[in-house]
Design a protein. Sequence first.
Length: 551
Amino acid sequence: MHEWAVRQGMTDGRAAVLITDEAAPVTPDRIFEAVQVVIESVAPEQLIVYFAGHGVVIRRSEQWLLTNAPDNPNHAVDLSQSSENASYGQVPHVVLISDACRTAPEGIQAQSVQGGTIFANTPNADQRFVDIFYACGLGRPAAELRTQQESVASYRAVYTEVLREALLGNFRQSLSQRQDDAWYADMRPLRDLLAVEVPRRIRARQLRFHQAPQARIASDPGMWLSRLEVLPREIRLRDDEPPRLSVETTLDQAQEQVVNIALAGDQENLTTALDTLLQDPVPGGADFARTVATVSRTFGPTRFETRCGFKVEGAAIADFFPPYPGAERLDSGASLRLQPFNGAGSVVMAFDNGLATILPAIQDFIAALVFEDDELISVSYEPAKNSWRAQEYEAKEEHLRALRAVAASSSLHGRFSLDVEDPDMVARSMQVSKGIDPTLAIYAAYAFYDLHNIRRIAQMSGYLRDDIGTTFFDLELLSRRLVDHGVQPTDLVLPCVPLLTQGWSIARAHRTILPTTLRDVERYARDSLWSVYDAQAFDLFRQGLSHGDIR
């Protein structure tokens, strides 16, 4: 990759900087300093950071493990935090390429790793494009395979192998020719090529190993990664017409298709698509479809006398705080009835599985929680059947429930994407009368954040506040309203920490201030889609609520 960079015209040692651990350990400081030197001395319009090595996902955030990790828990790079700093930094277009595993950490030592950022904390008024290429899907390993010279104990990373070939022009289908007669490897065609060619390369070696690359492309169409004056000779000798990519579908593409069907409200086609995925024609598709079915299933009470409460599947509520009026655990902890002060408030709950969480209680809504394997895979808010909201909600109930389940499953198995041509269709899909579905607003906020559409997130936050009298922490965080700030008890924001676990890295990048009693609560956070914590966190949240630090 370093050789490719030099061939692209980057000066060795100045614009193309190679960092390895052959002579000395790779540390966060070495990478940070190299990035800063390039930015200050070259002032690039595009900065590419390529990493090959070990990686893990901790609290839904990718960590690049450097030489001394996990013995030194700080010797890692937090990819989410780095992306966030880059998105408001000095470089107009940053490309992060990660040829690393995205699996859960093994053992207590690895779980304590918490990387930092490789970009300076120098916020710029203008938002920058940040594209991220992942070698594999969430929760999956990235393959290194033995080279064809079996006598040599040499291994090559398949993703990097295909990526390098594509950047050198070996795949005509990922290139476009422009008015200057040069050939360009654009972001989106490159993403599509990698998604198809990497699994094909692995299968060609008759291995059962599955690896499906993913990418988050936020830059405008036409942004490119590699430029070639001429194509390689063997490519030039082929037909000028680029062959089409295989009709094979990756899990990313299948999820995108299902999301678009769900947004359109086409229940019949949605059922057909999910039934097809259950047959597992796409690796990982059956798990995705089963999660949709699990999350969309109804259970528990649909009304309370107080018109507010929680119900749980896969665990039971063992304790809760504060004791709002009418608060009572029902059905051996399967549900909790309560009535929050002033229409909304935070509730911390402890469960019989040893976990705890804090969630908003909203008047006229019942929240449904679904646990699976000690992970909180879904939280959804629906109007209580005896509330004034129920009648207007019924007309869109089936559509919203299906869309919510698809969003939850997409987020759990990768990411919920809203890279659609008509963003207004998304707003219409989530709308209930003049309001907006509270749960979908959270999923959509993270999807729009990936696309750098901060304005949409701020709009949704305003819609929620107008409709239910409060908005959610995550929407304010992603709207960049909590940079160097925190949530005060008097603010119409609930709760005071991220609802989705992936929000923690963003909160750190934004230097978001937590209440004093919760300064250390992140270290109790578990790997889960929705934020859950070890049992010790219950007392921290209860203390904050008792002292009035949390609304």
